[in-house]
Design a protein around this ligand. Structure first.
Ligand code: LLP
Length: 430
């Protein structure tokens, strides 16, 4: 559903906006968010998971406009920090449709979430259960909660983003008995309203077998709680983590197929355990925003570097880098790029797109063929940068974080403006 296309000049247009015009007006680098594409992907999840609550995972990318779009498309919102909660509330998102995550929520953060009337708080440790119970006792309010469990599944993804095997920080282990004990404690705490179990097994996952194993284990616990504690939990969250295509060779994900498979798995297990199917929810982030954004850079230098056996690689330096996309350096992620400002008939040569930061690992696109006549002043677009690029951007080397510009029907609207050196100096008070 992307609106990106090359026009007669060979320049890339997104949302009907020529990226040359966008850069002329707003500068580069810039993140370009295709509003129609974002909304279409949100809607596709909403429609495919019609009986579910779909929580957009704001950690992938959040700003007030996006929080509004999410609400307008009928999705709920998952936040995982006080800062994200602030954005959601400022956007006017109904607090009852916000889920609050995190593995180390402080007392002030919990108090704020309770005061705001957040729809569910996902608890991650015994310490948090105690903290939240203290807050609800103090405020006389009741907090709807979910218990985050670890299903012990090895999701086939990068180690740093796999979260349901045992040796990692999130959740209560099902196999050790901690998860059952957590449910018991939540159930006994006066101000906590136990809504259900929450499982998130990792990110950028294509193979649904991990979800299948996790669902079976989570439902085993769900049924045991019903049997032994006499508590029927009305909800269950299966998390997010649905993979997307980063380069053209990858498989695209299909929400409808995913919904069918997940529902089949859960219904099958519920029948086996003879428990009613809970109200289900999922939390996609990457699959909604990832493909809807690209980053446009201007080429600054072009340097052919000799490799072994006489081969040559063309290093193309752009005006951004690991400060606006850390994923290549951090996860060895694959991206591609395309010449965005003109047509080229030149032969393709082996290239690498690198940033302007002071380290050799500052790579945006590891391996890509670029036209041999690529030159300073050309614009390059890197697709698929919507998830975890702006949200993980840094000021490394005092870089200014680029703007996020929404494009739609030929109009460009700045959602997040480019940082200025004054923004950087504002925090430097020594
Ligand atoms: N729900 C929970 C509880 C999560 O922890 C996450 C992601 C999501 C939902 C959304 O996952 P998604 O559908 O976006 O994959 N920075 C890494 C990804 C970290 C994911 C953290 N949790 C990356 O750039 O790949």
């Amino acid at each position: 559903s992307s609106t990106a296309r090359k026009n007669a000049d060979g320049a890339l247009e997104v949302g009907g906006v020529d990226l040359r015009d966008l850069v002329a007006e707003h500068g580069s680098p810039a993140y370009v968010l295709d509003e129609a594409d974002f909304r279409a992907r949100a809607r596709a999840f909403r429609e495919a998971f019609a009986d579910y609550d779909v929580y957009y995972a704001g950690k992938a990318f959040l700003c007030t406009a996006v929080a509004r779009w999410v609400a307008e498309e009928g999705l709920c919102l998952d936040v995982c920090s006080s800062g994200e909660l602030t954005v959601a509330l400022r956007a006017g998102v109904d607090p009852a449709r916000i889920g609050y995550h995190g593995n180390n929520k402080t007392v002030p953060e919990l108090r704020r979430a309770v005061d705001a009337g957040v729809g569910r708080i996902v608890l991650d440790s015994f310490t948090e259960i105690e903290r939240l119970a203290a807050v609800t006792t103090e405020t006389g309010r009741t907090a709807p909660v979910m218990v985050r469990v670890t299903a012990g599944v090895e999701a086939h993804t990068h180690e740093y983003i796999a979260t349901a095997h045992e040796d990692q920080k999130f959740g209560f282990s099902i196999s050790s008995g901690d998860a059952f004990e957590a449910v018991r404690q939540v159930q006994e705490a006066a101000g906590l309203d136990l809504r259900g179990l929450h499982s998130h097994i990792g990110s950028q996952i294509f193979d649904t077998s991990g979800f299948e194993v996790a669902a079976r284990r989570v439902l085993t616990l769900h049924a045991r709680v019903s049997d032994e504690l006499g508590v029927s939990m009305p909800e269950m969250d299966l998390g997010g983590g649905f993979g997307i295509a980063y380069t053209t060779q990858d498989d695209p994900s299909d929400p409808a197929q995913l919904a069918t498979e997940l529902t089949k798995i859960v219904e099958h297990e519920c029948r086996a355990f003879d428990v009613p199917v809970p109200q289900l929810s999922v939390e996609p982030g990457r699959a909604i925003v990832g493909p809807a954004m690209c980053t446009v850079y201007e080429v600054g230098t072009v340097k052919p570097v000799g490799l072994d056996a006489g081969a040559v690689r063309t290093y193309v330096s752009v005006d951004g880098g690991m400060s606006d996309n850390i994923r290549t350096a951090l996860y060895d992620a694959d991206y591609s790029c395309t010449l965005a400002s003109r047509h080229s008939d030149a032969p393709a040569v082996l290239g690498r797109v690198v940033g302007k930061h002071c380290e050799a690992g500052d790579i945006v696109v590891k391996d890509e063929f670029v036209p041999a006549d690529i030159a300073p002043g050309d614009l390059l677009a890197v697709p698929g940068t919507g998830a975890y690029c702006r949200s993980m951007a840094s000021n490394y080397n005092h870089a200014l974080r680029p703007p996020v510009i929404a494009v739609r029907d030929g109009r460009a609207t700045v959602l997040l403006r480019r940082e200025t050196e004054d923004d950087l100096l504002a925090t430097d008070v020594g």
